[in-house]
Ligand binder design. Structure first.
Ligand SMILES: Cc1cc2nc3c(=O)[nH]c(=O)nc-3n(C[C@H](O)[C@H](O)[C@H](O)COP(=O)(O)OP(=O)(O)OC[C@H]3O[C@@H](n4cnc5c(N)ncnc54)[C@H](O)[C@@H]3O)c2cc1C
Length: 596
């Protein structure tokens, strides 16, 4: 049975020692009060919430699942009470706007909190994550009246929110949606249509559910340019702002699915429901992207968190379980066999899991700092630069954390052999829960296409240049230092990335299929370089820390070991990924459709 331990020590290492987050936050008016002590106390409290409130309900939530009966959805036993406690702790509005009751904490800190909650109980955490994301879209794009009416109750968790994009015939291609909105004389809209796969569309956790719905006006332009965004509450607020008349929104059914069973996935029907425009008409997709970009990073954290939870169980198991003897002779001769940890292949699995998890944790906090700079930094140039990095890194974080996170869950299952396949240890649940993160919030294939197409091939703003500048600055600073081995490999990999980028850019100008053909290996190549960059920074800090005698030597020594594993055994894959990219699209497109 899994027993999740929040990785507080590692998060403190990343925030304080690697990124110097408190110094950065101190420079910005909106975050200057977030001291190192405050960071630590939020991390520690969040860790307790994850370990003590959410994790104990994870298994039960999976076994019981959500139930549907005539439009009513009941979540697993214990979820409602835990959600109330969670909300009352102010966690849903952690990074919310203080003007409307949010806690105003930086994203740098929120990413750590979200990783822990996702690791402990993704199904339950997801309800809160959606409310936080929807609140962000409302805070940025809605009228003052809507903000005042909805944000305080969303931040406090008494109401929750959803994002309603997908329709049966329109998933990736949202330009085809059929949900309609008709303007009313009082300025509101009547929204009609059917959405599928809506997370948290109906449940018993909160008094009201606020749907952010994509719809088109009857005379809207065709395709994505005709999409608008509407706020559609389940209950229309009365004069006191409390849930009043029931709106024309109902849940038709819930899905029976592979994992995330405590999270309701609903068919939502809108029958002339009253809705309120958010942002400008026909600009709805851009407004929704405020929420989706937030959710993309958070869904990445689901992959990262579950990979870590799986690692924790697998590492503990590999220490205890005895099977076979070490190839070099018994290490536990007093026992019938040696622990699994003596076998190189078991170590390969554990080190792969851990190397990806810890690099992703550092990268998520790095993206968090950039997001904070976008919103809080007083210097416009710094904000603009950070925005470029965020645009580039968001699809990578979503896809890389969830692909590597799922891979970690499968490896964590493999470490336990048959015991990983049966329910007892919780490893198979992690695999089932992690799988969806590669699919929702835009499939990982679409994230790769966004990166390769919009963010690299078609980019005119120099997004990649900003990242390359940062990595190069590190290489120059550390070239002759203690991590020069790392730096040499990082530099070669970076040159390979730049070569392949130039190749794909020019090939795509001749043949548009080249962009899609290169996209997934290109995202994997970028991931390796970013993880290598994070590992080089972490190993550099750990090496320096070991020069002091009064430090936790095991912690820093382990960092260096895992970093070296990444450098020696994982980083070289950049060469084969570059070869795959160079192979181009011809071989993919040659086979006639009828032959598939
Ligand atoms: C459990 C669960 C929860 C969900 N929660 C929500 C939610 O809260 N709100 C919401 O609106 N939606 C939600 N979704 C929907 C989810 O976001 C979509 O399933 C996802 O975006 C993919 O859309 P689709 O299923 O229609 O697949 P399709 O769009 O049909 O895609 C099928 C495959 O083709 C690929 N593909 C499609 N178009 C292209 C292209 N142009 N280029 C290259 N490859 C392409 C895709 O990558 C994918 O592999 C949820 C889904 C599930 C299963």
């Amino acid at each position: 049975m899994s027993d999740y331990k929040a990785p507080i020590r590692d998060m403190k290492f990343v925030l304080h020692e690697v990124l110097g987050a408190e110094h950065l936050l101190a420079q910005m008016p909106g975050t200057s009060e977030v001291t190192a002590d405050l960071i630590d106390s939020v991390l520690e409290e969040a860790g307790k919430v994850a370990e003590q409130l959410l994790a104990p309900l994870n298994r039960q939530g999976d076994e019981e699942g959500c139930r549907f009966d005539q439009g009513v959805v009941t979540t697993p036993a214990g979820f409602k009470q835990a959600y109330e406690t969670f909300s009352q702790g102010g966690w849903i509005g952690l990074a919310g706007d203080p003007a409307y009751g949010g806690q105003g904490m930086p994203k740098t800190l929120a990413v750590c909190f979200e990783e822990m909650t996702m690791a402990a109980n993704s199904s339950l955490a997801l309800y809160g994550v959606l409310s936080a994301g929807a609140s962000l879209a409302i805070a940025r794009h809605a009228s003052e009246e809507l903000k005042q009416a909805y944000l305080p109750r969303l931040y406090s968790g008494v109401w929750s929110a959803t994002m309603c994009l997908t329709e049966a015939h329109a998933g990736t291609d949202l330009g085809m949606i059929r949900t309609r909105a008709v303007a009313q004389e009082d300025g509101s809209y009547r929204v009609s249509g059917s959405k599928i796969f809506i997370t948290g569309g109906e449940h018993d956790l909160t008094d009201n559910i606020i749907h952010l719905v994509l719809a088109k006006l009857p005379d809207a332009p065709a395709g994505p340019r005709g999409i608008s965004l509407f706020l559609v509450p389940k209950f229309l607020p009365d004069n006191n702002g409390e849930p009043g008349v029931r709106n024309g929104v109902s849940c038709g059914s819930i899905e029976h699915k592979m994992g995330m069973k405590g999270s309701s996935t609903c068919v939502m029907n809108f029958d002339g429901a009253t809705g309120y425009l958010v942002g400008e008409l026909n600009k709805g997709l851009a407004c929704m992207f405020t929420m989706m970009n937030y959710e993309r990073l958070t869904i990445g954290l689901q992959g990262l968190g579950l990979g870590d939870a799986s690692y924790q169980t697998a590492a503990a198991y590999a220490r205890e379980r005895i099977q076979g003897r070490a190839a070099t002779g018994p290490v536990a001769p007093e026992k019938a066999a040696d622990p699994l940890l003596v076998h190189p292949d078991v170590r390969r699995m554990l080190l792969t899991m851990r190397a990806n998890t810890e690099a992703a944790r550092a990268l998520s906090a790095y993206v968090g700092t950039q997001l904070d700079m976008v919103y809080f930094h007083p210097d416009e140039q710094v904000r603009a630069r950070a925005a470029k990095l965020v645009a580039l890194l968001t699809p990578i974080a979503k896809a890389a954390f969830t692909d590597r996170g799922f891979e970690a869950c499968v490896l964590g299952q493999q470490v336990l052999g048959g015991h990983g396949y049966v329910r007892e240890w919780g490893q198979e649940q992690h695999v089932r829960d992690a799988r969806i993160a590669q699919i929702y919030e835009g499939t990982n294939g679409i994230q790769a296409l966004d990166l390769m197409g919009r963010k690299v091939v078609l980019d005119r703003e120099g997004l990649l240049d900003v990242l390359v500048e940062d990595i190069r600055a590190f290489i120059v600073a550390e070239k002759d230092g203690k991590v020069s081995g790392f730096v040499t490999v990082l530099e070669k990999a970076l040159l390979t990335l730049l070569d392949t980028t130039a190749l794909v850019r020019s090939a795509s100008a001749e043949n548009p299929n080249e962009t899609g053909a290169a996209s997934v290996p290109y995202l994997d190549l970028m991931t390796l370089i970013l993880y290598g960059f994070m590992w080089a920074r972490m190993v550099s800090v750990a090496t320096r820390a070991l020069e002091n005698s009064d430090v936790d030597r095991d912690f820093y020594q382990a960092k260096i070991h895992v970093g070296c594993y990444f450098l020696d055994r994982m980083m070289p894959r950049y060469k084969s990924l570059a070869e795959e990219i160079r192979a181009g699209s011809d071989v993919l497109m040659a086979m006639d459709a009828a032959l598939f």
